[in-house]
Design a protein around this ligand. Structure first.
Ligand code: SAM
Ligand code: SF4
Length: 356
């Protein structure tokens, strides 16, 4: 092509699709934090209150709860979520504390599910009130549900949670299955000397039920007295144990799976998931922000950096002002939790407040 510039001829359709690619790229760029991670997932803690006292999360006595007037109203939460969607959030998980103890939560879920631009909305619950609310949750539009259950033995459930509610949770799971939640994910925090002898029982549950059992490493958050290195069970140990009794094959994860490594058990209906929050920390892929019940946006579970959205919200600031703060929280998301470098680090208190 000597002399003159080359003339690029593209068919009309191609030009449009080039614009599409460019648009997607710009959209993606606006969601990158300064470590080039796409931030598209918000964990929304709707309350710090709970009807259980799991040993690793909340002390039995003396918990300081946030006063009602300091907790965001549902309208305030919805406004923040809408603005977050504007900044690229596509997935929201409603958590707590125990989300189902907050009044009218299913009405809130319905409004949340109507927010345009959200592609996935899920709920994490301890299951105690699930039997009562399963149908309403399904009708609200929620399609994915995680139920936390650390033991299949009622007396041990009592020891871990401080309440004799195993049957209620089990009935909650059955109700969730009955109204058509699929898959139902069960979160199990493995703790040495407390429930690690049940790992194979949970694996067996994933064989006979269509449940996705997700083993979570015990983290130094919440109730500080529970955490110590002797209590820790790594997901590598869990994998080895299950693999020595069953045939595990990896399952390709989808973009919204988060950090779980997934496995099918040969001949089983469900799946096993391993969440290695400490042993193979996944900070370089972390796509999360957290909104606390009192309206603080937090980039990392283990960092004290928070951006207060409630004050400007209640001062009736414009959307643009709030959008700038959300962008700041995204851009300044900590690079990593650093727990492995400076361990043992002080525990992060109040997992129920931040939202697990
Ligand atoms: N109350 C609901 C529940 O228990 O499912 C939602 C909130 S809870 C804080 C969310 C998840 O965080 C639960 O699966 C719980 O087991 C997990 N979690 C709480 N404290 C933890 C800790 N110290 N280490 C690991 N997981 C923890
Ligand atoms: Fe409550 Fe969930 Fe914490 Fe257990 S883990 S005390 S159920 S908030």
């Amino acid at each position: 092509m000597a002399g003159g510039s080359a003339k690029i001829c593209l068919p009309r359709r191609s030009i449009r699709s080039y614009w599409g690619v460019l648009f997607n790229l710009c959209e993606r760029l606006s969601l990158l934090d300064k470590n080039h991670r796409v931030i598209n997932y918000l964990r929304l803690s709707v309350t710090d209150r709970c009807n259980l006292r799991c040993i690793y999360c909340m002390p039995e006595q003396g918990v300081q709860f946030i006063s009602h007037r300091e907790i965001l109203s549902y309208e305030e939460m919805l406004r923040i979520v809408r603005l977050c969607v504007h900044k690229g959030i596509r997935k929201v998980r409603v958590t707590g504390g125990e989300p189902l103890v907050r009044k009218d939560v299913t009405h809130f879920l319905e409004m949340l599910c109507n927010i345009e631009g959200l592609e996935e909305i899920s709920l994490t619950t301890n299951g105690v009130l699930l039997k009562r609310f399963a149908a309403d949750i399904k009708n609200s539009g929620i399609r994915r549900i995680n139920v936390s259950l650390d033991s299949l033995k009622p007396e041990r459930f009592f020891r871990i949670t401080g309440k004799d509610y195993f049957e209620r949770v089990w009935e909650g799971l059955e109700a969730a299955e009955h109204v058509g939640f699929h898959p139902i994910k069960i979160n199990v925090v493995a703790i040495k000397g407390i429930n690690d002898d049940e790992i194979l029982d949970f694996a067996e549950l994933a064989v006979r039920k269509p449940y996705h059992i997700r083993f979570i490493e015990l983290m130094p958050v919440g109730n500080q007295s529970t955490w110590n290195a002797e209590r820790f069970v790594s997901t590598d140990e869990i994998y080895q144990l299950i693999q020595s009794h069953a045939d595990l094959s990896p399952v390709k994860s989808n973009p919204y799976d988060g950090p779980a490594q997934r496995f099918k058990i040969k001949g089983g209906q469900g799946e096993i998931g391993l969440i290695s929050a400490l042993s193979h920390h996944f900070c370089d892929q972390c796509n999360r922000l957290r909104l606390t019940p009192e309206g603080h946006l937090r980039g990392c579970l283990f960092s004290d950096q928070e951006i207060d959205l409630k004050t400007p919200l209640r001062q009736k600031k414009e959307d643009d002002d709030l959008l700038q703060l959300i962008e700041l929280a995204i851009k300044n998301k900590p690079k990593e939790h650093g727990l492995l470098k400076c361990f043992p680090r002080k525990c992060v208190p109040q997992m129920n407040r931040i939202g697990g």
